[in-house]
Design a protein around this ligand. Structure first.
Ligand SMILES: NC(=O)CC[C@H](N)C(=O)O
Length: 354
C-alpha cells in the first residue's frame, strides 16, 4: 500500500510517495522552470492549482523567505520527482500536501497531450485511491472560482516606497517583486484591493494605474476591468499577465483558455518592432485571443504566436503577458518598468509627438 495517491481527470490513479500530508484537489499544471521554486510556490497566480515541477530535484538551495513573492504557499499541492527535506518541512508547516517519487516526465507529457486537468490528491498513512478520487469529484474548473480574487488580494490600501510617481497597483494577487521593481524606480506604490471602485481610485489620484498578475479566469475580475474602462485615456495604464488580460477585455478584446498554458523561465518572446527576442518567465493558462480595436499586438510568443505584449501609444496603455519582474528567471525584460514609468513623465508626449 502506498501513502499517497493522485487521481486524474483522465481516469488514472497514480501511486506516489507522501511527503506532506493532506487531501486536496485543483487544476493540475506544470512548470518547466529549473530554478525559482520558492518564487513559484509563493506566486498567488497558482491559487487553486496543483503544481508539478518538471525539473527533477526541487529544494537543492534551501528555502529563504526573502525570495518569497507573497506571505504563503498558493498551489493547493506540489508534485516533483524528488523534494528535499527543506521544502517538505516548509510545505508541511503550511498544510500543503506534497508528493514525490512519481514519474513527472509521464505526468507532464499527459498534461501536454490532454491539457491541464482536474486532479485529486490524498496523502497520509491510511489513505486509499478512493480518497483521491473523492477529492477529484469535488474539483471545480478554474473559471468556476468566481471569488478567487478575494482570497489573494490585500484587504486594505497599503503603501510602499516614497517616490515621486504615485502608482495604483490593483492587487489581483500581485507578486511582491512587481511592487519592488516599481519602488526601485522611485515610485510610491499604493497596493489596492482587487475590487477597488472608480471612486476609491479617484481618492488615490494616481499617476499610473497598474493591474497586477493574479489567479484564475480574468473574466472573474470585473471590478478591475471597470477601472480600466473608466480611467483609460485619463491616466496611463499598465498590466502584467492577468493585468494584460483584464486590460484587453476592458478595451474590447477577448481572452481564452489555453490547453496547458505557459509556465517556465525560458519562454521566447519576439518584439515585433525591433525583431529582438528575449527570454521570459511565464505562468499563465489563459491568453488574449482578439486584442480588440484599441490595442496593437507588439510582442508575440515565438513558440505559438500568442500575444505577449499589447499597447496603445496614444492612450498610454502598455501590457505584458509574461513577467518582466523576472522572479524567478531572466532579467531581459526588466526595462518594461522603465517604459511604464516613462508614460507618467510630463515630457512623454512632447517627445513622442516630435
Ligand atoms: N500569472 C498570472 O497573472 C496568470 C493570469 C491568469 N490567471 C492565467 O492563468 O492566465
Amino acid at each position: 500500500m502506498s501513502d499517497a495517491y493522485l487521481a486524474l481527470e483522465d481516469g488514472r490513479v497514480i501511486e506516489a510517495r507522501g511527503r506532506a500530508p493532506g487531501r486536496t484537489r485543483g487544476e493540475l499544471v506544470f512548470t518547466t522552470a529549473y530554478t525559482g521554486y520558492e518564487e513559484s510556490l509563493t506566486d498567488p497566480s497558482y491559487e487553486e492549482q496543483v503544481l508539478t515541477f518538471s525539473y527533477p530535484l526541487i529544494g537543492n538551495y534551501g528555502v529563504r523567505e526573502e525570495r518569497f513573492e507573497s506571505d504563503r504557499v498558493h498551489p493547493r499541492a506540489a508534485i516533483a520527482h524528488e523534494f528535499t527535506e527543506d521544502v517538505v518541512e516548509w510545505l508541511a508547516a503550511e498544510d500543503v500536501p506534497a508528493i514525490d517519487h512519481i514519474d513527472t516526465r509521464d505526468l507532464v507529457t499527459s498534461i501536454r497531450e490532454e491539457g491541464a486537468m482536474k486532479c485529486g490528491i490524498a496523502v497520509g498513512d491510511d489513505v486509499t485511491p478512493e480518497d483521491a478520487k473523492a477529492e477529484l469529484a469535488e474539483c471545480k474548473g478554474m473559471s468556476e472560482h468566481v471569488d478567487i480574487g478575494k482570497r489573494v488580494t490585500t484587504v486594505e490600501h497599503t503603501t510602499y516606497g516614497d517616490g515621486d510617481t504615485d502608482v495604483a497597483l490593483v492587487d489581483c494577487g500581485a507578486k511582491m517583486s512587481i511592487v519592488e521593481s516599481l519602488v526601485e524606480r522611485d515610485a510610491t506604490v499604493h497596493v489596492l484591493p482587487y475590487d477597488t471602485t472608480p471612486e476609491e481610485l479617484a481618492a488615490v489620484d494616481p499617476d499610473l494605474l497598474f493591474i497586477s498578475n493574479g489567479p484564475g479566469d480574468p473574466a472573474n475580475f470585473e471590478a478591475a476591468q471597470e477601472l480600466v474602462e473608466e480611467y483609460v485615456g485619463e491616466v496611463p495604464i499598465a498590466g502584467i499577465c492577468l493585468g494584460q488580460q483584464v486590460v484587453a477585455r476592458a478595451l474590447g478584446g477577448t481572452t481564452e483558455k489555453m490547453d496547458f498554458g505557459h509556465r517556465g523561465v525560458n519562454q521566447p518572446v519576439r518584439d515585433l518592432d525591433s525583431g529582438k527576442v528575449v527570454m521570459t518567465t511565464q505562468n499563465h493558462g489563459y491568453t488574449v485571443g482578439e486584442p480588440g480595436d484599441e490595442l496593437d499586438v507588439k510582442q508575440v510568443n515565438v513558440n505559438d504566436g500568442t500575444a505577449e505584449g499589447l499597447a496603445n501609444d496614444e492612450l498610454d496603455v502598455i501590457t505584458r503577458q509574461y513577467h518582466p519582474e523576472a522572479h524567478p528567471g531572466p532579467h531581459d525584460s526588466l526595462g518594461f518598468f522603465d517604459d511604464v514609468l516613462a508614460m507618467t513623465s510630463e515630457s512623454h508626449h512632447v517627445v513622442a509627438d516630435d
